[in-house]
Design a protein around this ligand. Structure first.
Ligand SMILES: NC(=O)c1ccc[n+]([C@@H]2O[C@H](COP(=O)([O-])OP(=O)(O)OC[C@H]3O[C@@H](n4cnc5c(N)ncnc54)[C@H](OP(=O)(O)O)[C@@H]3O)[C@@H](O)[C@H]2O)c1
Length: 245
């Protein structure tokens, strides 16, 4: 286990940072990544055994394509890819004109096309990993609003719904060498979800668990899917049961 390497995109904050810390505890060498927060990334890399930090804007295709190559050049292998980095935008669903083509393109670029490109770049290294006897693993971070008609905005929810469907298609295409799953959180206490009192109120009053998730709740679930060698093609909702209401 000590040689295995996991790339976690968007791992300087929120769910990604908790996942990086959790996988490091599980014995992975983690490749941290972010867009701007290089100081945080370098600090985390210094704290976690064998970790590295890499900077790339997911909206910049060349930088994106270089990311996996940089990780493999540094660590010599890649066993797990967590497509966690994403961007949201809050637009009331009824305000159709505010969801401009530029907003749609940004949401699709960063939340759907970038994770797909990273998987294509990682495929070869992940297949090599699988030759060691365990399937390699991709986990995409989606959202409950990609499953149910809810969420911060229509373009964000639709882009993530596309990521969910890509998860299933890729699981079918890449097995048995590479498992592909998706974790779809509800509200999680991170900077992305900050300053959204209506959502917090909803989770505190209506969800069976009566609270939003902490980043560690999602990281634990990601770690369980990474540890499992059989599950593939699943969209696992982690919303404290809100979808039941
Ligand atoms: N928080 C929630 O309630 C919630 C719910 C459902 C799903 N999610 C999903 O969970 C994932 C993580 O969200 P979070 O709440 O943990 O976010 P967060 O705390 O805001 O952290 C986002 C991370 O992604 C990086 N990032 C953002 N845009 C990027 C870009 N264009 N290129 C490269 N890196 C980029 C950020 O780097 P910089 O800081 O350097 O920009 C940061 O490391 C996202 O995919 C999000 O859609 C979140």
């Amino acid at each position: 286990m000590s040689e295995r390497v996991a790339l976690i995109t968007g791992s300087t904050s929120g769910i990604g940072a908790a996942t990086a810390r959790r996988l490091a505890r599980d014995g992975y060498k983690v490749a941290l990544h972010s867009r701007r927060s290089a100081d945080v990334g370098k600090q985390m890399a210094a704290e976690l055994p064998g970790a590295s930090y890499h900077q790339a804007d997911l909206a910049d295709e060349a930088a994106l394509r270089g990311l996996v190559a940089a990780v493999v050049a540094h660590h010599g292998r890649l066993d797990v890819l967590i497509n966690n980095a994403g961007e949201s935008i809050r637009i009331p669903h009824a305000d159709l004109k505010a969801a401009t083509p530029a907003v749609w393109r940004r949401m699709l670029d960063v939340n759907l096309i970038a994770p797909f490109v990273l998987i294509t770049e990682a495929e070869s290294a992940l297949r090599t990993s699988a030759e060691g006897g365990r399937p390699a693993c991709v986990i995409n971070i989606g959202t409950h609003s990609g499953v149910r008609p809810k969420g911060a905005s229509i373009p964000y929810a639709v882009a993530k719904a596309g990521l969910h469907h890509a998860t299933r298609l890729l699981a079918l295409t890449l097995g048995p060498a590479i498992r592909v799953n998706c974790v779809a959180p509800g509200l999680v206490e991170t900077p992305m979800a900050a300053g959204w009192p209506e959502a917090t109120e909803l989770w505190n009053t209506k969800s069976p668990m009566r609270r939003a998730a902490r980043p560690e709740d999602i990281a634990d679930l990601v770690a369980a899917l990474v540890a499992n060698d059989y599950v593939t093609g699943e969209i696992v909702i982690a919303d404290g049961g809100l979808n039941l209401t």
